[in-house]
Write a protein that binds this ligand. Structure first.
Ligand SMILES: NC(=O)c1ccc[n+]([C@@H]2O[C@H](COP(=O)([O-])OP(=O)(O)OC[C@H]3O[C@@H](n4cnc5c(N)ncnc54)[C@H](O)[C@@H]3O)[C@@H](O)[C@H]2O)c1
Length: 355
């Protein structure tokens, strides 16, 4: 594919190569309408260069929408490093990558994503000022899953308000698919709120860790969860959780979880809505992590970041109400709201400021 002819709407796509360290990276900036682009670096062994390009273009656009609805002064960007993180990651490669990030002069801020970790960001930050999601020892905010889970819980409360008229999950049964970094914190919010929780995870160690802490949590096999009676389904493992088969079997009235790209393909939002299931758009409710790393750029203050993540409740509720009023799915309403903010706030840059 050609990024010039694909008409993807991106502002800038940068190919970065350093043969000696083996670095092959692509940085995509979808939009800087709201501020410097912000989004993580995915380190992944793509089958082809075209796959890497596709992914970085999709992910960077997604970040523009997520950051817009997260209320951030950031546009959307993302980077991919084409390689196997288990064998190709090295100090020279990460630092070479850092120099390319630096070369963009702050048009793009990077952070961790699939295949990259807080320690990698510390390394990249040795070559660039435009890195966030670093370790607390290096002035960073550390693990973002705490606020991601908190934000998902706020989104779930908003969905409960919209569907049942109560802003809590007390007495409801919530099924969580995936109790990893985010899912395990979500369990705690729900138990504290008075919900019954049923979990499923391919890792028995992950399930055990949750049950050791909360013995009242039930566990079922991963393929049995969707058909289990529950009020809320929280996909918090991999993308693509909502396909035709899953949605047909689903017992829940609400879907609200941490996983990215839950709708398996375009049109699934309608399939979900047609079954009477209320879907809280994934990128709206899981924005707590990017809200955290954005806060770090100002000098991380946990309470301030948490306060911002709490607004996910209001945003989710606004989207669910807008969807009802405009007769569209929540996914379409979310996109419309994000596009509106990018246009309305982005337009302010046309007001010239004398220097
Ligand atoms: N960590 C963050 O701050 C953050 C932010 C935004 C979005 N997300 C998204 O949330 C999801 C979870 O992220 P995480 O950081 O907790 O990841 P993680 O890797 O720590 O946890 C994922 C868990 O899902 C389990 N799992 C994998 N396949 C499964 C399956 N088929 N059925 C049930 N369980 C399965 C894994 O064993 C693991 O315990 C991902 O989709 C991620 O992209 C995470």
């Amino acid at each position: 594919m050609s990024v010039f002819t694909a008409d993807t709407g991106h502002e800038q796509v940068v190919f970065c190569s350093d043969q000696a360290s083996g670095l092959r990276a692509i940085i995509a900036i979808y939009s800087t309408a709201l501020g410097p682009a912000l989004g993580g670096t995915r380190f992944y062994p793509y089958a082809t260069e075209a796959d890497a390009i596709h992914d970085v273009l999709d992910l960077s656009k997604g970040m523009a929408y997520k950051n817009a609805l997260g209320g951030l002064d950031h546009g959307g960007g993302k980077a991919v490093i084409w390689g196997d993180p288990a064998t190709d990651k090295s100090e020279p490669l990460l630092r070479a990558y850092g120099r390319f990030v630096e070369s963009l002069g702050g048009r793009y801020y990077t952070a961790a994503d699939v295949g990259t970790y807080v320690a990698d960001m510390d390394m990249v930050a040795r070559e660039s000022r435009f890195v966030t999601g670093r370790s607390p020892e290096h002035g960073g905010a550390g693990d973002s899953s705490v606020l991601t889970a908190y934000g998902v819980f706020q989104g779930m409360r908003a969905a409960a308000t919209h569907r049942w008229g109560v802003d809590n999950l007390a007495g409801r049964r919530v099924g969580i698919a995936g109790v990893g970094k985010v899912g395990k914190h979500l369990v705690e919010h729900l138990i504290t709120d008075g919900a019954a929780v049923v979990v499923a995870d391919v890792s028995t160690a992950a399930v055990q860790a949750v049950q050791e802490r909360f013995p009242q949590v039930e566990a079922v096999a991963p393929d049995a969860l969707v058909a289990t009676p529950m009020d809320v389904y929280a996909p918090s493992a991999l993308g693509g959780a909502l396909d035709e088969e899953t949605v047909a079997a689903l017992q829940a009235e609400i879907v609200c979880g941490a996983a990215n790209n839950q709708l398996a393909h375009p049109g699934m939002d309608k399939v979900v809505a047609d079954r009477g299931i209320l879907y809280a758009p994934d990128y709206v409710v899981n924005a707590g992590g990017v809200i955290q790393v954005a806060d770090e750029i100002e000098g991380f203050v946990f309470e301030r970041a948490k306060h911002r993540a709490a607004k996910i409740y209001d945003t989710t509720l606004e989207i669910l109400r807008m969807a009802e009023t405009e007769g569209v799915s929540p996914a379409v309403a979310a996109d419309r709201l994000a596009e509106r903010r990018m246009a309305d706030v982005g337009r302010l840059r046309t007001i010239h400021l004398a220097r």
